[in-house]
Ligand binder design. Structure first.
Ligand SMILES: [Zn+2]
Length: 273
């Protein structure tokens, strides 16, 4: 019901902004809008407003800044868009950090029940005792495979970590997005391997960088807009990787190469030591 009501709100606002009568049911509003959209000029105007209202893009990125998935949305983004992207990946990441962690986990388990396990993507079983500990700030949940791959990897484990566990967590800015006490077990800072080490503002930083393209992007046709965005993101990723590789080479001043997983590794350590 929540998304539906949000949607009606968006459509009503759109009617208002287009100077149409904004009263009545969702169907009334949609009929009025579709009538209005018959002229090309009005269509462009409405399209632009929807675009501006939704931001248009949902992204999944590594905290280091590399963008792995983008999805163009005409309606306001929802957990469904992120689930679409994640479920298209060959290997689901072990930890997903998300502003609406609970919503993402709930939505995804309706589509693929075993996606976020254990504990629906919470760090521990949501017992009264665990919740109380998490709230008091005394709880720590270590995920050692984040720093060193599991000695005996789980069946279907992630190729980098060897773990088949999948968590959906809130960063410290969005911990209060949920009212359910069980979700205090979704705090990023409970995990010492992640606490204070993850730049959870990476997405905001990307969007503020992309903002400067808004003018010419919004002048483009929708198909051009999508194509250009795909291109801009690609070059952004390439440049980011090149800069990092350059910095690492300078720092270590030794033989550096990429492994099969595109991770930077020091070449033949035993020889250089
Ligand atoms: Zn990364």
């Amino acid at each position: 019901m929540y998304y539906l009501s949000v949607l009606v709100g968006v459509i009503r606002r759109l009617c208002q902004e287009c100077g149409l009568d904004a009263k009545g049911s969702r169907t009334d509003l949609l009929l009025r809008l579709s009538e209005e959209m018959r002229s090309r000029e009005a269509y462009d105007k409405i399209f632009e407003k929807i675009w501006a209202a939704s931001g248009g893009w949902a992204v999944i990125m590594c905290p280091c800044g590399i963008v792995y998935s983008i999805k163009c949305n005409l309606r306001a983004e929802s957990p469904r868009d992120f689930a679409d992207m994640l479920l298209s990946w060959k290997h689901l990441p072990n930890v997903v950090i998300c502003d609406f962690a609970r919503g993402l986990s709930t939505h995804t388990s309706l589509r693929q029940p075993i996606t976020f396990t254990p504990f629906e993507g919470r760090l521990l079983e949501p017992t009264t005792e665990n919740i109380a500990k998490a709230k008091s700030g005394k709880l720590q949940v270590t995920l050692p495979w984040l720093t060193a791959k599991k000695q005996s990897p789980d069946p279907d484990g992630h190729p980098i970590t060897g773990s088949a566990e999948h968590y959906v967590l809130y960063d410290r800015f969005h911990e209060d997005n949920t009212k359910d006490p069980r979700d205090s077990l979704r705090k990023l800072r409970l995990v010492p391997q992640l606490a204070g080490k993850v730049n959870s503002q990476a997405a905001e930083q990307l969007f503020s960088k992309l903002k400067k393209n808004n003018y010419f992007m919004n002048m483009a046709l929708p198909s051009t807009h999508v194509f250009l965005m795909r291109n801009i993101i690609h070059h952004y990723n390439v440049r980011k990787n090149e800069k990092r590789l350059h910095d690492i080479k300078k720092e270590f001043n030794t033989n550096i190469h990429m492994n099969d997983h595109s991770q930077v590794v020091l070449g033949n350590v035993s020889l250089t030591l």
